[in-house]
Write a new protein. Sequence first.
Length: 190
Amino acid sequence: MRTALIAAAVTMAATGAVAAPEAYTLDSSHSQVMFTYEHLGYSTTHNMLAGWEGEIMFDADDPAASSVDVSIPLASFYTGWEKRFEHLMGPDFFDAKDGDMINFKSTAIEVTGDDEAIITGDLTMNGITKSVQLEAELNQHGQHPMAGKDWLGFDAETTIKRSDFGVGAFAPNISDELDVEISIEAGKAE
């Protein structure tokens, strides 16, 4: 029996049958990030960014060997009020230019449960890069019923300080900490 197991392992290694991460492209129509902050103690304000671009290299057999490299256009900011959007894009906050992106690239993944992991990575926003940790959960991995191919769905959350990224105007009256919730889908790359 032991000889058979060793032979099978050698055969798998020789034929390259060892699983490796596979590329998944983000589905920008079903991926978004929501964040909230407190406004002067009177209300909790909700905002959203959408239009993700990027790739997840997913290893189903060894999730810690997976990686994430994604971007989202700053212009996709949805505030629900045009004057707030203009203020956020102006000199008090982002001083945004056409084509400005928010980027996240993973540097490590620590599996913490059957479908849960801590994804550590570099978040670049407003020209500043800081390490952040996302508490992530794999919602589902399987055949998409309409796309007809392998699909992934994740939710993640974190808290960041906006002042760390040079957009700390009016803190602490407007909370410096942002509660961030992310939901993404990705389909297996062609």
